[in-house]
Design a protein around this ligand. Structure first.
Ligand SMILES: *[C@@H]1O[C@H](CO)[C@@H](O)[C@H](O)[C@H]1NC(C)=O
Ligand SMILES: *[C@@H]1O[C@H](CO)[C@@H](O)[C@H](O)[C@H]1NC(C)=O
Ligand SMILES: *[C@@H]1O[C@H](CO)[C@@H](O)[C@H](O)[C@H]1NC(C)=O
Length: 191
């Protein structure tokens, strides 16, 4: 009686194990397949429908993926107004940026590089986070000379000779003030 009970319990435990194993198996296989797919492709290649396709080169995009592994698919030249700077696996090229009214073009857009813009003469970028936001350059007051001319990335730097002159004046005047106050105090005490 006792023996049968033990046998039944260990059998049911074995059955549970088998059940778990069976349930788990397809899941593990699926994960292994996913992993092998994403790690199988050498660098510079991308997985597409069971094959590894070579990237398309800069200036082109992937029009259609390859059918034979380790080959390039159909790479098409970027249409005008778009670009890809590096080897890529993109379905479309990237739209070129445009210069706004405060900017002038430094380099036009090509298939492999974006259009480059800078603030027009007399304007400069005041926020490095927003290179498109230009602000008028500071004009140095008359008589004050320019230390650094304004350019597209940095504002004018004016000479600080005015504040220096003021500082010198202050340095000259303060001992004089102390002297006058001392004389006044001395006179009051003497009286
Ligand atoms: C291939 O293209 C992918 C996706 O655009 C990119 O992440 C990868 O760096 C490229 N590889 C090479 C070697 O250019
Ligand atoms: C292409 O493969 C690279 C690794 O080589 C990966 O970083 C990138 O995400 C893949 N791109 C696509 C579109 O699958
Ligand atoms: C603008 O001038 C600053 C110095 O005032 C300099 O550091 C910077 O390189 C200049 N930028 C350009 C684009 O000439």
């Amino acid at each position: 009686m006792f023996g049968f009970c033990c046998l039944a319990s260990s059998l049911s435990r074995l059955f549970l194990w088998l059940l778990l194993l069976l349930l788990n198996l397809p899941l593990q296989v699926k994960f292994a397949m996913l992993e092998s797919h994403s790690f199988d492709c050498p660098t510079g290649e991308n997985w597409s429908k069971d094959v590894c396709c070579k990237n398309c080169s800069a200036g082109t995009f992937v029009q259609a993926p390859c059918k034979i592994s380790h080959t390039q698919g159909q790479c098409e030249k970027c249409p005008p107004g778009t670009f890809t700077e590096k080897d890529n696996y993109l379905d479309d090229c990237i739209l070129c940026s445009t210069c706004n009214k405060d900017q002038e073009m430094v380099a036009d857009c090509s298939a492999t590089s974006d259009r480059k813009c800078q603030c027009k003469k007399g304007l400069y970028y005041y926020d490095p986070g927003f290179p498109e936001s230009c602000r008028p350059c500071t004009k140095c007051p008359q008589g004050i000379h320019v230390l650094h001319e304004c350019n597209s990335t940095a504002n004018t730097v004016c000479s600080s000779s005015v504040s220096n002159r003021r500082n010198r004046l202050f340095l000259l005047l303060s001992p004089l003030c102390v002297l006058i106050v001392s004389i006044v105090v001395f006179c009051i005490i003497r009286r």
